[in-house]
Design a protein around this ligand. Structure first.
Ligand SMILES: [Zn+2]
Ligand SMILES: [Zn+2]
Length: 360
């Protein structure tokens, strides 16, 4: 079968190659899924068009995927062939560290994700194996897709659950407060929806000039009360005036991860306010952070989700309280993966769904 794989060491950016690999062999405790939909994530984008010159096989990529169970090992009792499922993309955890003890498996320091870490294949292919070792430790590594949710919606659960956990589980947002969200990708757009569900009054989305055409209108459709183009406007002043003054912003969710967004977040948030940092940036900081102390601001690091995020986000999705469809801008065959990555890179796309389109 064909598979889109990343080559090079785990620490390297790049390189993608479409390769032929054998179908997975199902062990006694494993589950094999036929992938029906796989989404391109921002985490996949950082390797796109980066050639690290390495021929060392890393893993088949694609950590956001859903499909049908087509094979279960002889010792598997929790799952059966024919179930529609979505993986939370854990592939390996230790089961005994402080994070694992509290069910926070994606924060296990030994964690390897399917389709993200090395040695554990993901969904940019036809069949994906969920290892029995993870299902033995973490029973919620796999979820049955509730009725009414289709494969492409289920494939996007990863950013939904991230946004859910960032705001509903990590912040202390109260109904009636205002939220500013940096970053117009899926994490930002799902954050808009979760902030709305949590009762935020003003939800201001901050993006760039390149977001004005496609992403800003979707953000407003999904619940943003205003959008701010950081390339053209004074972000801090504009966000404060949109929310009602200097002390009006209690929570900033930074899904952009750029240094400038954190700096502006610290500046705009009210005393005792919170900043949840969801996005990633790789450049060192070059500005003073005394205001974090002066204003008693809490900066909360965010990573991943837990089973509570999954259970509740699936319920919200099933009951139409979270919308995915307006964000799925491209549906392509795996053979067109480069078109999908290109559309993500030039911001024409919000979410791209890939389906396996090679003959048997
Ligand atoms: Zn992802
Ligand atoms: Zn652990």
């Amino acid at each position: 079968m064909k598979a889109l794989a990343k080559f090079g060491k785990a620490s390297d950016f790049g390189t993608y190659r479409l390769i032929d690999i054998p179908e997975p062999v199902c062990g006694p405790r494993d589950v094999v899924i036929e992938v029906k939909a796989a989404a391109i994530c921002g985490a996949d984008m950082k390797h796109y068009k980066v050639d690290n010159g390495s021929d060392e096989f890393g893993s088949v990529r694609g950590h956001e995927f859903s499909g049908d169970i087509v094979e279960v090992g002889a010792e598997v009792t929790d799952w059966k062939v024919g179930q529609r499922v979505v993986s939370d993309n854990t592939g390996h955890v230790c089961g005994k560290c402080p994070a694992c003890e509290r069910g926070d498996y994606l924060l296990c320091s030994e964690k390897v994700n399917l389709g993200l870490g090395y040695g554990y294949s993901g969904g940019f292919t036809k069949y994906c194996l969920v290892p029995g070792e993870i299902l033995a430790i973490h029973k919620r590594a796999l979820w049955e897709i509730p009725e009414g949710i289709d494969y492409e919606e289920a494939a996007v659960m990863d950013p939904i659950c991230n946004a859910y956990r960032a705001i509903a589980q990590r912040s202390s947002l109260l109904p009636g407060e205002n939220v500013v969200i940096f970053g117009t990708g899926p994490l930002g757009l799902f954050s808009v929806q979760v902030a709305k569900l949590m009762g935020a009054v003003n939800i201001v989305m901050v993006g760039l000039a390149e977001d004005v055409a496609v992403r800003f209108p979707v953000a407003r459709q999904l619940g943003a009360s205003a959008t701010v183009d950081a390339s053209a406007e004074n972000v801090v002043e504009r966000c404060r005036s949109l929310c009602g003054g200097d002390d009006s912003i209690g929570l900033v969710v930074d899904c952009a991860g750029a240094n400038i967004s954190l700096r502006q977040a610290i500046e705009m948030v009210r005393n005792n306010g919170e900043i949840v940092r969801v996005g990633m940036g790789f450049a060192p900081f070059g500005f003073p952070i005394n205001d974090i102390s002066m204003k008693a601001v809490s900066i909360i690091g965010h990573m991943a989700y837990d089973a509570t995020s999954w259970r509740n986000a699936l319920a919200l999705l099933q009951h139409g309280r979270i919308q995915v469809k307006p964000m799925i801008t491209h549906r392509l065959g795996l053979s067109q993966w480069e078109d999908g990555f290109e559309a993500m890179a030039n911001k024409e796309a919000i979410k791209v769904i890939l389906t396996y389109d090679y003959p048997e």
